[in-house]
Design a protein around this ligand. Structure first.
Ligand code: ADP
Ligand code: MG
Length: 489
């Protein structure tokens, strides 16, 4: 077992996470209302989401498909039969008076994912207890700046938006592991096209449960729950604040009371929001308007067949087959689109290692500079492969070719044509190179003496001089040979 982080000297930290994630669907879970972000309040609604009398919910088939994808991406077992239940409570942003969720019989159970932290000598496997489908509630707006006056307002655009709730086992042992878990889960959900999982849009929200126990104890301590942590930074900060609060209590001989906590980022402290003794009784019961959700093995297989290779498998394959370092493989699998691009370019080129180098050095830098995704550029995998082939054939120098990556990203095109149109063909014409080399040698007698004295570093300097005299277009191999023969080096 690898040495895992231990945030506290006296107590072992135990964390379990509940994540709510919006699904990538066009319409809501039980109604045809659109799922959009940034629309005017109450424009994306339907009588079903408004809880008007006489309407019946109709399950969105796409949600089930995406739920199964999420389950397969996290090694969960999809249950042959799951049940929609009503979770009853009153809130102004919940017009029906209940939220449709799954309770005793969720969509999927018993999965895992692996997290890897720097300094760990092996990945840590974190269990997933369950994944269930539920609808989101609307939004209450109390902020006078938005509401326009002192009153509270309700926006029901979010009411009925499909969610998955993904619950982990209490397997995490530090805030850093919790953050790594969330990053991994988000990566998997995006990779499998389940969700955009944009935290800023509220598409990926986290509740964190935390308890402490003396090192070596088998029994779990009493937990508290931190609600609605909406950035990775907040998750870590809030958990550290709560560790400090619980540890101080226990150190003083007190005990932790089960409660829902609120994190105050400004003061970096947590405070009790409500005690679990007044735990809400949601009076769950099966929704009589919805049939049990039956998923046949054949349906699961159909999804399995179209599932993309998962990121860890892909990284392992790149490391093994293309001899990439773990670090490089990780960068090239930042998104599925990027990994697909790399793979297509590597295939077209036949030289994966070279393609990886060009992508890591030039393509990724350009993407970062423009803050855009590979799919939003004009660069085609074939074009990158062709550009690299031109360099390898000595038709264009790497120095002249590199700026063309930006051109291809911006406006696409054929590398060979670009090289010709821009007059970037490498100079291999021996006459021209000979005279450039002779001029460089004549201009730097001191460097020549240095090389003749056995210091090879000067050779690179002279090569640079020849490059300058040929506007970077000299074929480096030819230059090196000419210089070497002239200097007898
Ligand atoms: P609830 O729905 O009341 O929040 P759950 O049984 O769904 O209860 O558990 C929620 C989360 O709390 C799970 O992620 C679980 O791993 C975590 N959890 C349960 N017990 C503990 C504990 N003692 N310490 C830390 N986390 C815990
Ligand atoms: Mg909970």
């Amino acid at each position: 077992m690898s040495a895992r982080l231990q945030p506290h000297p006296n107590y072992e930290v135990v964390i379990g996470l509940e994540v709510h994630v919006h699904l990538r669907t066009d319409s809501k879970l039980f109604s045809p209302a659109p799922v959009r972000y940034g629309d005017l309040p109450n424009h994306d609604t339907h009588p079903i989401d408004l809880g008007l009398p006489g309407v019946l919910p109709v399950l969105n088939r796409r949600v089930v498909e995406l739920g199964v994808r999420a389950a397969l991406a996290t090694h969960c077992n999809v249950q042959p039969c799951s049940i929609f239940a009503r979770k009853n409570y009153f809130y102004p942003d919940l017009p029906k008076g209940y939220q449709i969720s799954q309770y005793e019989d969720p969509l999927a159970t018993g999965g895992w994912l692996e997290i890897d932290l720097s300094g760990y000598d092996a990945p840590v496997r974190v269990g997933l207890t369950r994944i269930h489908i539920e609808e989101d509630a609307g939004k209450s707006i109390h902020d006078a700046a938005i509401a326009g006056d002192a009153g509270s307002h309700v926006d029901l655009n979010r009411a009925g938006v499909p969610l998955l709730e993904i619950v982990s086992e209490p397997d995490l042992r530090s805030p850093e592991e919790a953050a790594a878990y969330l990053r991994k889960l988000r990566e998997l959900l995006r990779w499998a096209d389940v969700s955009d999982a944009d935290m800023e849009k509220g598409q990926f929200r986290c509740d964190a449960n935390l308890s402490l126990r003396p090192h070596g104890d088998a029994e779990l301590g009493t937990r508290t729950e931190l609600k609605n942590l909406n950035s990775f930074r907040f998750v870590e900060d809030a958990l550290y604040a709560e560790i400090a609060r619980q540890a101080a209590l226990l150190d003083g001989g007190g005990r932790v009371v089960q409660a829902t906590m609120h994190y105050e980022p400004a003061r970096r402290t947590t405070r009790v929001m409500r005690l679990k003794e007044n735990a809400d009784d949601y009076r769950y019961f099966p929704d009589p308007d919805l049939l049990p959700l039956r998923i046949a093995e054949a349906d699961i297989d159909a999804v399995r067949r179209v599932m993309p290779e998962l990121p860890d498998d892909r990284r392992a394959r790149f490391e093994r087959d293309d001899a990439l370092s773990e670090y490089d493989a990780r960068l090239l699998t930042e998104s599925r689109a990027l990994a697909d691009f790399y793979e297509a370019a590597a295939k077209a080129s036949g030289a994966p290692k070279l393609v990886a180098n060009w992508m890591l050095r030039d393509v990724l830098a350009q993407l970062r500079e423009r803050d855009c995704e590979i799919g939003a550029t004009q660069l085609a995998p074939d074009a990158l492969a062709k550009l690299i082939a031109l360099v390898e054939a000595g038709r264009v120098t790497a120095a002249s070719a590199r700026p063309l990556v930006a051109v291809l990203i911006e406006s696409g095109g054929d590398p060979e044509t670009l090289v010709r149109e821009r007059g970037l063909e490498a100079v291999s014409d021996t006459g021209a190179l000979e005279s450039a080399a002779a001029a460089a040698i004549a201009a730097h007698p001191d460097v020549v003496a240095q090389i003749r004295g056995g210091d090879a570093k000067g050779l690179n300097f002279l090569m640079g001089q020849v490059m300058k005299r040929t506007q970077g277009k000299a074929n480096p191999k030819a230059v090196r040979e000419i210089l070497a023969s002239k200097l007898g080096a």
